[in-house]
Design a binder for this molecule. Structure first.
Ligand SMILES: NC(=O)c1ccc[n+]([C@@H]2O[C@H](COP(=O)([O-])OP(=O)(O)OC[C@H]3O[C@@H](n4cnc5c(N)ncnc54)[C@H](O)[C@@H]3O)[C@@H](O)[C@H]2O)c1
Length: 272
């Protein structure tokens, strides 16, 4: 089988949450560049318009829909609309997520009062779990609702290496949400296997996106990230495309319930 046949996603209908920027936008772009019909869903309408305009100007089949993953009703209404328009749903990227602020170690390396365990407020916890965890649940629920009767589908959750390891500088609720999203992905994979629906996760290390107001663009912070990576660099969002296409296409026909790390070796630890 040729590579083209193996990774074929032509005419597939795909929804990407958090699709207006960064990793989600690159996943949607990879799908559209290979002939899929892509719906980018995002809470940021301005960024969404910009992304859709850019991709459509290249002749790609891309549309935007404003949605907030923390609300099941919001996710459901976009999924219903896409199904009404297209009659099917082949691939869903449950990707939307946000940074939650600093953890118990501040950017300057000192202990943070705000990030300390005892100072995490109920409001903070609910808000960020609502996006980073409930958002994944809502997307899985809506994908399952439409894919089960169809008897096919691929769902790809964006977790993080934070689901597998802990560090002080990132906010505590981020770890809890990402680890839970990872385990939720496995449970969904188990439940949906008999319906020919595969569920997997991508666990990125540091990618240069707009997360945390694009803090990776701060040269000092970028140097810090680069120094903790064996390849001494952070990734460009383009570098997610190969893995996105693998998990969205027939090339991954026997892969389900797996979280694939894409971190340039960060989890291995520091190197020279
Ligand atoms: N960039 C990294 O280094 C990195 C590392 C590990 C994991 N991740 C994960 O990758 C995913 C994508 O992040 P990114 O780095 O591309 O960030 P990004 O900020 O560039 O893109 C995230 C997009 O999600 C959207 N979004 C935020 N809240 C939303 C909501 N409630 N509903 C719908 N859309 C919403 C934002 O508007 C934005 O367009 C996130 O789940 C993030 O946790 C990123």
């Amino acid at each position: 089988m040729s590579v083209t046949q193996l990774f074929d996603v032509r005419n597939q209908v795909c929804i990407v949450t958090g699709g207006a920027s960064g990793i989600g936008l690159a996943c949607g772009e990879a799908m559209a560049e290979n002939g899929a019909r892509v719906f980018l869903g995002d809470v940021d309408s301005r960024r969404l318009d910009f992304a859709v305009e850019r991709l459509c100007s290249r002749g790609l089949k891309v549309e935007g829909r404003v949605l907030d993953v923390s609300s099941r009703a919001s996710v459901a209404s976009v999924f219903d609309e896409v199904l009404e328009l297209t009659g099917r749903l082949d691939v869903v990227f449950a990707n939307a997520g946000v940074d939650v602020g600093e953890g118990f170690i501040a950017r300057d390396g000192s202990r943070s009062v705000e990030g300390a365990l005892e100072n995490i407020t109920e409001q903070h916890w609910r808000k960020y779990l609502g996006i980073n965890l409930d958002g994944v649940l809502h997307t899985l629920q809506e994908a399952a609702r439409h894919m089960k009767p169809q008897g096919s589908g691929k769902i790809i959750v964006t977790t993080s290496i934070a689901s597998l390891c802990n560090v002080g500088g990132v906010g505590t609720s981020y770890f809890a949400a990402k680890a839970a999203a990872s385990h939720l992905m496995r449970q969904a994979a188990l439940e949906l296997a008999r319906y020919n629906i595969q569920v997997n996760a991508i666990a990125p290390g540091a990618f240069a996106t707009n997360i945390a107001n694009g803090h990776v663009r701060d040269p000092e912070f970028r140097r810090l990230l680069e120094s903790s990576n064996p390849q001494h660099r952070v990734a460009d969002p383009e570098e997610i495309k190969g893995l996105a296409l693998l998990l969205a296409s027939g090339a991954s026909s026997f892969i389900t319930g797996t979280e694939i790390v894409i971190d340039g070796g960060s989890l291995l630890g520091p190197a020279d």
